[in-house]
Write a protein that binds this ligand. Structure first.
Ligand code: SF4
Length: 91
């Protein structure tokens, strides 16, 4: 997930330092860091739940995907994160 200026302001320096990084080439966009194949914000200390450690401050792109929505469940399925359902495209 990439961050916009309002996302950076909402997260603040501490969370930016902990969970994000700036790309090393132009246009030097800031992203939520990955830990292995997962978002660094994903709290893996609760097996089967995987809450977001920065939920209240999460980037706008993350807010577009509602918890439990088909897009959310598909992302979880692709990331092998617990029980989920197949995402079926409509139409
Ligand atoms: S909502 Fe998901 S993708 Fe966004 S920061 Fe949290 S764990 Fe990462």
């Amino acid at each position: 997930m990439h961050l916009l200026e309002p996302d950076e302001a909402r997260m603040g320096k501490r969370l930016l330092d902990l969970y994000t990084e700036v790309d090393d080439k132009p246009p030097w966009m800031r992203f939520v860091r990955n830990t292995g194949e997962r978002c660094a914000g994903l709290d893996v200390s609760s097996p089967g739940k995987y809450p977001c450690a920065v939920y209240e401050s999460r980037p706008e792109d993350c807010r577009i995907v509602e918890p439990g929505s088909p897009a959310c469940l598909e992302a979880r399925r692709l990331g092998h994160l617990g029980t989920s359902v197949e995402f079926r495209r409509r139409g």
